[in-house]
Design a protein around this ligand. Structure first.
Ligand SMILES: *[C@@H]1O[C@H](CO)[C@@H](O)[C@H](O)[C@H]1NC(C)=O
Length: 355
């Protein structure tokens, strides 16, 4: 592929921030509410105010014959996935542990501690995607290395291209390796780091590095902590837009008490699902335009359970302290993560489905 720089800039895959929708809530839509013993979580289907429209959302509710998700013959991540984490800026240890607990909950090998519906059950939908040899996306995901860029080696404002310099700096710092067989690189920026288009058009994106910058073609994803910058956009549904008066009916209590990081975890899940099914942007996506593909996470943005849509996020759970979640993870953690498009059901799917 011969690409011009201006085309490159438009090639990056975006998560559109959640789109404000005008669709009316259907009359008679009854909220799911079942009361159980206090050791069990309560199911509910909260209505969350729609967000301002900052970019066209690709969110698609429910199932449809019209979603033409296609396989374009490229590879998927079918070997055990090694995640290399790059912590850019100052990250409190507690936030790092929370994100790592989510990532380490994905692997099917670590089921012992997570009751269903678990993060590992959630990844099962992702593992239904195959490549042309019939190999599925791997169910084994581990953290193979971590690098802390405490001194903001490329400044506190990053761009879509300079984020590749961050990866280059990290992989050149021994012993952090270039793993061009099973490696994916996940760059997580602290809440004081700004990113081109962050909070205006994107909450995260994934792409691959250029040999001219990093020496290899390495799939990577970037996700930023929106806690201070734009929680109402990127930490949906834990924060609501200011004009809704914050703390309104749509604001849900995050499962780990951290609006920015709990919001980030769903975006990380979205990006990992897409990176695994479309690592070189030539595998699984819908739409005719590979520069603006609609991928398996995009189709289900804002959906977390059964009965979502029309302003509802779907049936999720609430623990004794009112914290909202839909998945269990290791170390007793709970997470709220969006659903993923299933190639079998041809619909958004998740392990907390009620039917
Ligand atoms: C692999 O993908 C196929 C097709 O989606 C699916 O039927 C099968 O259950 C998957 N296998 C695993 C181990 O996930």
């Amino acid at each position: 592929m011969s690409l011009f720089p201006n085309l490159l800039l438009s090639l990056f895959l975006l998560i559109g921030v959640c789109n404000g929708r005008t669709k009316k809530i259907e009359e008679g839509h009854v909220q799911m509410q079942t009361q159980t013993l206090n050791t069990n979580p309560t199911h509910f289907n909260p209505q969350v105010p729609p967000l301002r429209t900052l970019s066209s959302s690709k969110r698609f509710e429910g199932s449809s014959e019209f979603v033409k998700l296609k396989y374009h013959m490229g590879p998927v991540l079918s070997s055990p996935i090694n995640i290399y984490l790059i912590w850019y800026g100052k990250w409190p240890q507690s936030q790092k542990l929370l994100i790592k607990d989510f990532l380490l909950s994905i692997s099917a090998s670590d089921r012992r501690v997570s009751p269903s519906p678990s993060v590992s059950d959630w990844w099962q939908t992702v593992s239904l995607y195959t490549d042309q040899t019939g190999a599925n996306i791997s169910r084994s995901v581990s953290i193979a290395g971590e690098y802390a860029d405490l001194h903001y080696s490329h400044g506190t404002h990053l761009t879509r291209l300079s984020v590749q310099d961050v990866i280059a700096t990290a992989v050149h710092a021994k012993p952090f390796p270039v793993d061009h067989r099973n490696g994916i690189y996940l760059i997580l920026t602290a809440e004081d780091v700004t990113m081109e288009d962050f909070c205006r058009a994107v909450c995260g994106f994934h792409y691959f590095t250029f040999p001219s910058k990093v020496g290899y073609t390495l799939p990577y994803a970037w996700v930023g902590n929106s806690g201070k910058q734009c929680p109402e956009l990127c930490a949906y549904p834990f924060a609501v837009p200011g004009y809704m008066g914050g703390g309104g009916p749509g604001q849900l209590t995050p499962p780990n008490g951290d609006v920015g990081v709990d919001g980030m975890i769903s975006i990380i899940g979205h990006e990992l699902a897409e990176l695994s099914s479309n690592p070189l942007v030539n595998a699984w996506y819908a739409g005719e335009d590979p520069t603006a593909p609609t991928e398996i996470g995009d189709l289900c943005e804002g959906l977390y359970g059964t009965g979502g849509g029309g302003g509802y996020i779907g049936s999720v759970m609430k623990d004794g302290e009112g914290r909202t979640f839909n998945l269990n993870g290791r170390n007793g953690r709970k997470f709220l993560v969006q659903w993923i498009w299933s190639p079998i059901l041809k619909a958004c799917a998740g392990p907390n489905a009620l039917d």
